[in-house]
Design a protein around this ligand. Structure first.
Ligand code: FES
Ligand code: MG
Length: 586
């Protein structure tokens, strides 16, 4: 075996593929080339891997035991590597910050932008020609895509896949049942022992949440944007075909490097519009809006919150999936997967949008079949006529607020009620179950200071559990309003993402107990029945809260985070810095 570097003089033979970015590192002569190659060789890589014949493919891995939804990613990465080797690439796996939705306090959303910075700088600083983005739990998808967009080297998304549906006491369960269990626990209908049994029954396999929550919404977003291969979004994590998908993604990224197919080639305005329409038909998470806006900001596509309402207005709900319906993401896969949904929508989508495999989204899905109309309805006979995410405006949310009609109660979609105000999450927790709380089912629960700056990080607390005494009456929904978010697995008549948030003195901060509030979803209205004059008088007494975060990332986040209707990215992260690094390390 020849392990010498006798071919050193030919390392400038980036002639093999003069375009490869990695040759800026490995193709160098003299001291710099020595440094860039020598230490890499301690892993046992032969010299010919560095000569510019094989594209160097990063595998950006969010594996972590603290992100259980992504805990199977080391094994999955091995399948990616097989695909990369087979296609003639040179795989190099690296870790980035991983965000476990259910572990991270105060909320994983606080760190989405930080993780995106980690991805961006890791991609740019290293000798990579392309990258496979290994995404799973909610925030791990937008953060990786955002980072990749700000560098713009060929990138493909590989999702980890959903969990198998849980089974509890003979019936299927998923994350959306958590919210029902929480109500039962509050009223005493479920014991702590039953809770412990149910939690093991729910999370019984590898993968992310089994319902159309934010993780599956993000996987579907990646597929409908064209950043992933067909079927990537729905193959269960535990299905052997998930590894086949990983292998194929590994093969395809090598091809994408050879063709120089970059995120900026795929992520056109049309691709974003496709993703919005597909998300509507799926009944995807409200978090979709905030993440897609942030991605658009990175890639330079002009997208506004109003586009979501406008583009989904005529899209019916096709997928019968929790939380808007009954079934699970694995059922969507068995019924034909996302391609079957996309094919249903071919009359309205931009079918010519290019995708990661070099084909158009229309070509990818033209033969897609639906095997179960119970799970994927047709456009002619939809599951529900209305879908999407309603964007509300009014004096309570001049820059917008959102509500998911498919997961709300029809009778509350036009409602006027008396505000019951909680100044912050601690106030809510302290008083919500107080028997003396002056509240009835017609009231509107208002929660302040759970926005991007106010919590900080805009947590998923907007679907606040109802007062115990209301639940005891058998009432399971009330109008709730906040500047926070809701889990994609959540449901109810919940108004979220109120902008501007209360922490910056938005009118939400000025709501007082007893004020009347009107929600009218059909009119897209959220109105506080207090005159401008009275609001101005109240504003005089507004004092910004001091959360005591003066330093570090969180201090920087609070200073620079944008409002929900802008995607809640950090203001200085908008756009791209490209992939060029001018200076060497020594
Ligand atoms: Fe990770 Fe739901 S907790 S996807
Ligand atoms: Mg979530």
């Amino acid at each position: 075996m020849d392990t010498t570097d006798k071919n050193e003089s030919t390392t400038d033979a980036s002639s093999q593929n003069p375009k490869l970015r990695s040759q800026e590192w490995f193709g160098r002569t003299g001291k710099d080339g020595f440094i860039y190659r020598a230490w890499m060789k301690n892993q046992g890589f032969p010299h010919h891997l560095f000569t510019g014949e094989k594209p160097v493919i990063g595998i950006c891995n969010t594996w972590s035991e603290l992100t259980p939804c992504n805990a199977h990613f080391r094994e999955l990465a091995e399948a990616v590597k097989r695909g990369i080797w087979e296609a003639g690439g040179f795989p190099l796996e690296f870790p980035v910050m991983s965000l476990g939705e259910c572990q991270i306090k105060p909320t994983a959303m606080l760190f989405r932008n930080l993780a995106s910075m980690d991805v961006e700088e890791s991609l740019r600083a290293n000798s990579l020609d392309g990258v496979v983005l290994m995404c799973g739990c909610d925030k791990t998808t937008p953060s990786l895509i955002m980072g990749a967009c700000s560098v713009d080297i060929p990138s493909i998304v590989l999702s980890g896949g959903p969990m198998l549906a849980g089974r509890y006491q003979g019936r299927k369960i998923g994350t959306s049942d958590l919210w029902r269990f929480a109500e039962d626990f509050k009223t005493g209908a479920m014991s702590q022992e039953e809770f412990v049994t149910a939690e093991a029954c729910m999370a019984r396999s590898q993968g992310h949440c089994a319902v159309m929550g934010t993780a599956s919404t993000m996987a579907a977003m990646a597929e409908s944007l064209g950043l992933a291969l067909p079927d990537n979004a729905t193959i269960p994590a535990a299905d052997s075909r998930r590894k086949v998908m990983a292998h194929m993604a590994g093969m395809q990224i090598v091809e994408m490097v050879r063709k120089d197919l970059k995120p900026s080639d795929i992520l056109t305005r049309e691709a974003f519009e496709n993703a919005i329409m597909v998300n509507a038909a799926l009944g995807g998470s409200t978090n979709f809006i905030i993440h897609l806006l942030a991605i658009a900001g990175r890639i330079g596509v002009d997208l506004s919150i109003d586009d979501f309402d406008r583009l989904s207005a005529n899209i019916p709900l096709l997928a019968n999936l929790q939380p808007s319906g009954e079934h699970f993401v694995e059922d969507l896969f068995y019924a034909g997967g996302l391609p079957a949904i996309i094919r249903e929508l071919r009359g309205v989508l931009h079918n010519e949008a290019i995708t990661a495999n070099g084909k158009t989204i229309g070509q990818n899905c033209e033969k897609a079949a639906c095997y179960d109309r119970e799970v994927i309805a047709s456009v002619d006979e939809p599951f529900k006529p209305e879908s999407g995410i309603a964007v509300l405006k009014g004096n309570l949310c001049p820059n917008g607020a959102v509500l998911k009609p498919s997961a709300a109660t029809p009778a509350l979609m036009k409602h006027t009620g008396r505000a019951v105000v909680f100044e912050n999450i601690d106030d809510y927790k302290a008083r919500i179950d107080d028997p003396d709380l002056d509240v009835d089912p017609t009231c509107v629960l208002v929660l302040k200071n759970v926005g991007p700056k106010g919590y900080p990080g805009m947590p998923e607390v907007g679907n606040m559990t109802l007062p115990k005494k209301i639940l005891a009456q058998g009432v399971h929904d009330m109008v709730r309003i906040s500047d926070g978010r809701m889990s994609g697995t959540g449901f109810g008549t919940v108004v979220l993402h109120v902008s501007p948030e209360s922490a910056v003195g938005g009118n939400l901060a000025l709501v007082q107990n007893g004020d009347l509030i009107t929600l009218d979803v059909e009119q897209r209205l959220l109105h506080l029945h207090v005159s401008d004059q009275d609001l101005a008088a109240r504003l005089v007494h507004f004092k910004p809260i001091d959360l005591g975060y003066n330093r570090g990332y969180v201090g920087m986040y609070i200073r620079h985070v944008t409002q929900a209707h802008e995607g809640a990215d950090l203001d200085f992260l908008k756009g791209s810095s490209g992939s060029v690094v001018k200076r060497d390390s020594h």
